[in-house]
Design a protein around this ligand. Sequence first.
Ligand SMILES: [Zn+2]
Length: 303
Amino acid sequence: MSVLTQPHFHNETAAIARLEAIGWPQGPHCPRCGGFDRITTVKGGREGLRRCGPCKREFTVTVGTVFERSHVKLHIWFQAAHLMASSKKGISAHQLHRTLGVTYKTAWFIEHRLRDGTLPMLGGEDKDVEADTTYVGGKEKNKHTRKRDPRAIGGLGKQIAHTLVEHGGAARSSHIADVTGKTLRTVLNNVDCKSALMTDTAGGYLHVGREFSSHDTVDHGEDEYVRGNAHSNAVEGYFSILKRGIIGTFHHMSEQHLHRYLAKFDFRYSNRSALGIEDEARAALAMRGIVGMRLMYRDSSLA
Ligand SMILES: [Zn+2]
């Protein structure tokens, strides 16, 4: 892990300058009128305060974002983004809590918001998207579908993770209650219907599959992982990373937190080095995502 020597990891002024460079690649612009012209720095104001000449609005790069409303200093957010981006197996909130010296609750909050900043769209015209499920928790967790005892599923602490993987692109996972058509339709709402959909032969995919430009299936029960253009290699690869991460980092997978763990692995997978995004760029993307969203978290408890 790198030694975090750059000033924006330690110094709030440097952190604001760095966020401005990341969040305003075309230069500062006004959040009220959207203008780029006649924006000046307010002398004697708080760090990074700007003023829009035309509409008189005063603002900073963090205005309207979760950075502004959180008590956590910006340089700590940069440390968190760096740790998340450079950890190969994903980083637990507990590790963030210890490393950053923030409360566990704050660490959960930071981690969740940084991931939200990079949520990808999946699929589109001429894009292939694989969908599949795996079971997490319990003794059956590492077994493949055909080796599992179906009677052992449900009620014994095993949870169902559903993952969508765009070929050459991002992943989006959900913790689902069952594999009925209704549930699968809900998760497939994350996929552009112009995509080519690839699934296993689970019955729940049949109806919703017709809403896509094509729907190919592979039958895991027949050990058939590639048939024609229908692959399950990408999603199988995702599940293998997920399970290594669970074994390596998260020893206790609670049902309550499964969706957060899945989101963590989606972040890792969707910004993986194979896409040409290296650690520092990945960290910058997470920070810029938050500036770009300018979300107001009125209903969430802020760290
Ligand atoms: Zn303005």
